[in-house]
Design a protein around this ligand. Sequence first.
Ligand code: GP9
Ligand code: MN
Length: 424
Amino acid sequence: DSDEVTEVLNYTKSNNASANEEYFGAAEGMNVVYLHLESFQTFLMDYELNGEEVTPFLNSLIGDQDTLYFDNFFHQTAQGKTSDAEFMLENSLFGLPKGSAFITKGQNTYQAAPAILKDKGYTSAVFHGNNGTFWNRSEIYKSFGYDHFFDIESYTDLSEEDMAEYGVMDKPFFEQSAPLLESLPEPFYTKFITVSHHFPYNIDQSLTTIGKGTTGDASVDNYFQTARYADEAIEQFFEQLESSGLADNTMVVMYGDHYGISDNHNQAMEQVLSKEITPIENAKLQRVPLFIHIPGVEGGTNHTYGGQIDLLPTVMHLLGVDTQNYIQFGTDLLSDEHEELVTFRNGDYVSPEIYLIGEKFYDPETGLPLEESQLEQAEKFQEQGSYELQLSDELVNGDLLRFYTPNGFTPIDPEDYSYQKNVD
Ligand code: GP9
Ligand code: MN
């Protein structure tokens, strides 16, 4: 009830990180495009397979003048995989410890990004070349306030070669999305969910431009080929943005959704990385790339520790939207007040100086158990993380946003939305 929501609100308010003046509003009024990079892990960035870059286009954006790149950004997903990543980035709420909130909590009240931006005049849309019902998207997107959902029905001109296991291959997907994107009124807030770089990473060999890995573990070896294909598809999308004239006024946010190679494949991964995969290395493998490309903003590599829960407040501040009255568990990655603590769904965490993995505290530099003198801080982080998970779960399980409407926010009625045939 309203007492419970007050406890949550008190916490998120006290945890709020105020915006960095240098970046607040840097993308104000711009279009937003999220590219959901299926199964991308940070180890791929700048990785060379037999002397060849796997992701040359994404690599070229690291150090690009308009692109911020975060190399200590972690996924925080659990069983809900892709849907957990989406849930966090739209709401800055944690996914549930079991199952997928997309499926079990699709009818809840949310104050998600599309709804927040609707009040600022934005139109919103998701593009995804799979069945709209997968992960219950066609329901929960209504509760998020998405105006349009372009699912497989919107992609008509397809040959067999254009299809991957989970939908349209990324190149035809982006190509056929272009006219749909260009037809949206500006400013728009959009998300493109890619699928071709998905486990077990099968791809028609005629579409590949790099060899396989040589570990003997098929999914690890194939992973490089579909990553290269996705990298080319992303480059194609950037070219489309240029040629449509949208590029100058569009912020592009790209994030890896979750690991692509699970720890069942660590033996092969030891060959790939030429090092032993200790618990600390395994935690570091949970890093996923985050790029924020904003025309006219000075880029560079940012080493801040952060996670998917932090993306929403970061993007909102870039758009010039104050977040302190919203219930969001993350904090702006660009704020001086951002706390570098990334809590995983199982209660483990990483931070620049302390990792908690399976009830053991480590010093990530040395790999050794933590010094006695740092235990107080380590336990403080642990308590903070578990309190956040607990509050987030109470909020989601109790559908508590029903009892709280932030000032200036117009509540969403899912009944106002229908995605059939995607016409108004
Ligand atoms: C399916 C796609 C894959 O539509 O988003 O989801 P995942 O299996 O990665 O959770
Ligand atoms: Mn996924």
